[in-house]
Design a protein around this ligand. Structure first.
Ligand code: FAD
Length: 313
């Protein structure tokens, strides 16, 4: 499929007037553009057709410039992080996908860490431990990038990323405007930042100085706990449904006898019923049909209406 303009437009070595802070020198090169990239290769569920145009900025400034250029051309735009909470259509994704994977950086300033959107949580947690800052240990084992984790307000039994977030810098996906919001200007809820139609460019986390050894031990404990109960080695999209509090979606689905139920290549995990795993060749269509089957059974047997946590593209 033709994307309507030369790919070289996105391959310019520099985007617009982006400059490294405080210097006259050009900023880092733009990461580049690719066309027709299978989303099954970029999502942990290993499902999804091609992204027509995949753009990979290298830093927050060039990411914002990329948004503006895409919007000037009237293309729809989506943002992709680690692809760990996504179920992508077998038909693929029209428009542009901005992939943050190459925007990785953590910068410490006393008890704060500024993290770019593409920083993987494992890198952030390890960095915080190295500089002796505590507060993000519970994020270990969540396969996510900082931008996706903020967008989804990722968390677990220990809390959520917004618990330690001081500010977040976003780019409006309609206007390209960049603004920084303090924590008190945000209204995050369970697995939703409620930030609207924006790209998270970077955030500042406020942590507490701590003993490096104790931080490392707490991190290890969180990881062991998580690995014991979740199918972390199989292709999945994390939790399919939000927990219908005070119940857990996994327990509710399990109580309906649905563990191991399979449609095509997608199965309700025998280890944790709120995870669907791709046992080989699973499609988005298989997953959608399994979602409907599970919802229907839970509605009939338990009177509970399960809401999706996984994001549908
Ligand atoms: C094995 C496994 C275990 C998991 N465990 C947990 C857990 O314990 N706790 C938990 O909360 N989640 C968990 N998840 C789900 C997933 O890791 C989180 O939802 C995570 O926050 C998704 O981040 P991501 O970078 O992969 O985002 P993606 O999956 O790439 O995207 C998810 C959504 O965020 C948007 N997005 C991504 N990056 C940005 C950005 N920079 N700006 C704006 N929007 C953006 C996307 O457009 C999409 O709507 C798990 C998933 C798996 C596969």
């Amino acid at each position: 499929m033709s994307i309507g303009w030369p790919m070289s437009w996105f391959d310019e070595p520099r985007l617009g007037s982006v400059r490294a802070a405080g210097t006259a020198a050009p900023a880092r090169a733009f990461g580049g553009a690719r066309s027709d990239v299978p989303m099954s290769q970029l999502t942990t569920f290993q499902v999804g057709g091609p992204a027509r145009l995949l753009l990979e900025p290298l830093d927050p400034e060039s990411a914002a410039e990329t948004v503006r250029r895409v919007r000037q051309r009237g293309l729809p735009v989506r943002v992709l992080g680690n692809g760990s909470n996504l179920l992508v259509s077998d038909a693929g994704v029209e428009g542009a996908v901005i992939f943050t994977d190459r925007m990785r950086r953590c910068i410490q300033d006393e008890d704060r860490i500024r993290a770019w959107a593409g920083t993987h949580l494992v890198g952030l947690v390890n960095y915080a431990a190295k500089v002796g800052l505590s507060g993000v240990e519970g994020l270990i084992g969540i396969p996510a990038q900082v931008g996706g984790a903020v967008r989804m307000n990722a968390g677990g039994r220990w809390g959520e990323i917004f618990d330690v977030l001081e500010s977040v810098t976003v780019c409006d996906l309609e206007t390209g405007e960049v603004r920084t919001l303090t924590r008190s200007e945000c209204q995050p809820t369970y697995r939703n930042s409620n930030l609207g139609n924006v790209m998270v460019l970077e955030c500042v986390l406020r942590l507490k100085p701590g003993d490096r050894k104790a931080i490392a031990e707490a991190t290890k404990e969180h990881l062991l706990e998580k690995n014991a109960v979740q199918p972390v080695t199989e292709p999945s999209a994390g939790c399919i449904f939000k927990n219908p509090k005070p119940d857990s979606a996994g327990k509710v689905i399990e109580s309906c006898g649905l563990k191991g139920t399979r449609i095509g290549g997608i199965e309700v995990s025998p280890k944790h019923a709120n995870y669907f795993v791709n046992v080989g060749g699973g499609t988005c269509d298989d997953a959608l049909r399994l979602i409907e089957l599970v919802r229907d059974r839970v509605r009939r047997e338990r009177g509970i209406e399960l809401q999706l946590e996984v994001q549908l593209w």
